[in-house]
Design a protein around this ligand. Structure first.
Ligand code: ATP
Ligand code: MG
Length: 383
């Protein structure tokens, strides 16, 4: 475009029109008082996609999304410009090809010296890129916020776990400690006859084992929390482990009969033998504990080809359907009368399920209240 020095107002007007027509970054055009397009510039063509010939004479509402034209927003904007002299907003507009762009729009009412409305000037900028950047930034902020929030929630959760830990630890450790202290002072006083000392020693041993077990469970839970739970991998026979654990429990109760059913083939799995032994031990421990009237504790081990499956069935108090969801949660002891009188921390099954999961396996349960429960440990077979 060539601009010369203007000598008259008319020439100035011509040059200004030329300037406007060449602007490419802004759509600058005029509307008649009814909203029909009367001029068009390079920028308008570039941003909106229409040639001057095809758009001049049409109503400017073609640039608006259908939802806006339905509520007559374009007309309303002209009304505001007429009333206030100016209307400005950012919003979605539609290109000729139907695509959307994010626009900054200024509509100015144009009046002659007598104040009569001659039409409107409209300046539109395409801010789609800026909006996309802003949206991306906002999304990033939202993500960051969500990250911080989840971190804060996790900290609160850990804090709560810690408190639970301390409460349970003090409560659960105090029981056996009281027994040990009591017998110790009787020993100091010489109040226990010589011949009863071996029996007392066995009792103290079992209390110490209870404390050991609790400390070990708490350490395991803490390791899980902090993801420092390293699983030691070794190949072993799940049938052997089950037999060993039955042998551990058998002398501890006279009310229960233990059975192990297996077809005698190897039941090889791969993983942390000591931890899987803990899982089996807790399932048997529960079967015994939660069948206070005694009965059969029936174990089976089967090799299903890709899986090895171990079950422990008892004839105990059973579990109500509405309590199933609580079983495997941390400190998830059931709020029943029988439970209150049976010692436990509620960490056993939580740890069992975690350990099984970290071996690619799982623990499931079937139970009928008053009849008994069956817990199933499934592990991938070693190949
Ligand atoms: N065989 C079972 N029969 C009936 N209820 C059971 C049985 N096994 C578990 N439960 C219920 O599930 C709860 C959770 O068991 P879990 O082994 O996790 O904890 P716990 O035995 O109470 O304590 P511990 O941490 O010493 O094992 C128990 O408190 C008990 O109410
Ligand atoms: Mg238990």
């Amino acid at each position: 475009m060539v601009l010369r020095k203007a000598n008259t107002t008319a020439e100035l007007g011509d040059q200004f029109a030329l300037l406007v027509s060449g602007v490419v970054d802004y759509a600058i055009f005029m509307l008649d008082p009814a909203g029909r397009i009367v001029t068009w510039n390079e920028g308008a063509q570039r941003i909106k996609g229409y040639e001057a010939e095809e758009i001049i004479g049409r109503h400017f509402s073609v640039f608006y999304p259908a939802a806006d034209t339905r509520i007559r927003k374009p007309d309303w904007e002209l009304e505001v410009a007429k009333r206030d002299g100016r209307y400005e907003e950012e919003g979605w507009r539609i290109r000729k090809d139907g695509s959307r762009f994010w626009a900054n729009v200024v509509i100015t009412a144009l009046r002659d010296e007598t104040g009569r409305l001659r039409g409107f000037g409209k300046v539109t900028r395409d801010l789609t890129d800026r909006k996309a950047r802003e949206d991306a930034r906002n999304a990033e902020h939202a993500r960051e916020e969500a990250r911080l929030r989840s971190h804060a929630n996790r900290m609160a959760e850990l804090e709560q776990t810690k408190t639970q830990f301390l409460n349970i630890a003090s409560h659960e450790l105090r029981g056996p400690l009281t027994v040990i202290r009591g017998y110790n002072s009787m020993l100091q006083d010489g109040a226990i006859p010589m011949d009863q000392i071996p029996a007392v020693a066995r009792l103290l041993e079992s209390k110490l084992a209870q404390m050991d077990r609790l400390v070990e469970q708490m350490l395991e839970t803490a390791r899980l929390e902090h993801d420092t739970f390293d699983v030691f991998r070794q190949r072993f026979d799940l049938g052997d482990v089950t037999q060993e654990q039955i042998d551990v429990f058998r002398p501890l109760t006279t009310d229960h009969r233990f059975t192990l059913e297996s077809d005698g083939t190897p039941m090889l799995v791969e993983g942390d033998r000591a931890r899987i032994a803990t899982v089996v031990a807790n399932l048997i421990d529960n079967a015994v504990k939660y069948s206070p009237q005694g009965g059969e504790v029936a174990c089976t081990v089967r090799n299903l080809g890709s899986e090895v499956v171990m079950t422990v069935r008892d004839e105990g108090i059973g579990i109500a359907p509405e309590h199933m969801a609580m079983l495997f949660t941390r400190f998830g002891r059931l709020p029943t009368d029988e439970n209150v009188s049976i010692p436990g921390t509620g960490l056993g099954l939580f740890l069992c399920r975690e350990i099984a999961a970290r071996h690619g396996g799982e623990i499931t349960v079937k139970s009928t209240p008053g009849v008994g429960s069956e817990f199933t440990l499934t592990l991938p077979a070693a190949n």
